[in-house]
Design a protein around this ligand. Structure first.
Ligand code: G6D
Length: 318
């Protein structure tokens, strides 16, 4: 089921399947609507979505090593492929039909709220989990708020896997990017964290000053976990062609930046055409493999606590 909300600045289309963002319409410098995310035409197109386009990800976004984790003396085995558990397993939250909890268009801040439950030991995770996501339009901002509670101690790391392109076509190689992160997580060849951190300075990951992505010396694609300070601006993306600027702010301590080289032939909405390096993801979340990395911030959610992942996308014209 598709749901739509809009205000004077933004139009948003979502599907309850995977609590997925299908379209995000932003006006360019000439006042024309541009769909700034990659999305598929029909809900059924999302049933085979190996890149998780637009989907809500969990129970644990990113990767977990060792085929599982231990918590309070109990071991929990997780689905793994080649030693890696990715994005909540074979049937993560992206593959569930979330309930439409509530939706309000006739208000200054239109919103859509989806909710889903994940029973104890679904995909191997402990705790009966209740999750909600609210997509809310506030002026020129899209606010994405994930909340969750559990009845048993568990681990949790949710995010949204939208793929952005501020021109609605071609690639993001001509987009300007600024990232506030001074460090990122060292990954091994399986993209699992080693437990160490690296400085971005003078590397292909240094976007502390705004730069055109395709002009970055050594750029060959990004699929990395950048460290944030948990408040304020994490990133700015800008398209000189459309004049659209997107600021990303979040309460999360890390953000996966992912620029896929080739998404293959897909049935993109309105027949949009994209090339290599079509898009960039800003997956605000906590650290990968935290359940197995004692020196990473904890990803444990206790009964009585409320998990909160809030990310704000603010749009403007330069
Ligand atoms: C690849 O490593 C990347 C992930 O970060 C991404 O989420 C996925 O493709 C869709 O596995």
């Amino acid at each position: 089921m598709k749901h739509s909300i809009k205000n004077a600045h933004i139009g948003l289309n979502t599907f309850n399947y995977g609590a997925t963002i299908q379209q995000l319409l932003i006006k360019d410098k000439n006042g024309n609507d541009v769909n700034v995310v990659l999305g598929f035409d029909k809900e059924e197109d999302y049933y085979d979505n190996p890149f998780y386009l637009g989907a809500s990800i969990g129970r644990y976004a990113g990767r977990i090593s060792q085929g599982g984790f231990s918590l309070n003396g109990d071991h929990f085995a997780l689905h793994q492929e080649n030693g890696v558990h990715l994005h909540g397993g074979k049937n993560g939250l992206n593959k569930k039909h979330w309930q439409l909890e509530s939706m309000e268009q006739d208000t200054d801040t239109p919103f859509i709220t989806y909710s889903v439950t994940s029973p104890h030991l679904e995909e191997g995770y402990p705790g009966n989990l209740k999750v909600s996501v609210t997509y809310r339009l506030v002026g020129n901002r899209l606010e994405i708020a994930y909340e969750a509670t559990t009845d048993k101690a568990t681990v949790l790391n949710l995010t949204n896997h939208a793929y952005f392109n501020l021109e609605g076509k071609d690639s993001v190689l001509n987009h300007e990017l600024k990232l506030s992160s001074k460090t990122f997580v060292e990954l091994d060849k399986k993209l699992l964290p080693t437990g160490d951190f690296l400085f971005v300075k003078d590397s292909a990951y240094d976007f502390l000053n705004p730069e055109i992505i395709g002009n970055k010396p050594g750029f060959s694609g990004i699929d990395d976990v950048f460290v944030l300070n948990g408040e304020g601006l994490a990133a700015i993306l800008y398209s000189p062609e459309t004049g659209i600027e997107m600021k990303v702010a979040t309460n999360q301590r890390a953000m996966v930046i992912y620029t896929p080289e080739d998404l293959g032939e897909r049935n993109f909405v309105n027949g949009a055409n994209y090339g290599n390096f079509s898009s960039i993801c800003f997956e605000a979340q906590t650290f990968p493999d935290a359940p197995n990395q004692p020196n990473f911030p904890s990803a444990v959610l206790q009964p009585g606590e409320v998990y909160s992942n809030k990310t704000i996308l603010e749009f403007g014209i330069r």
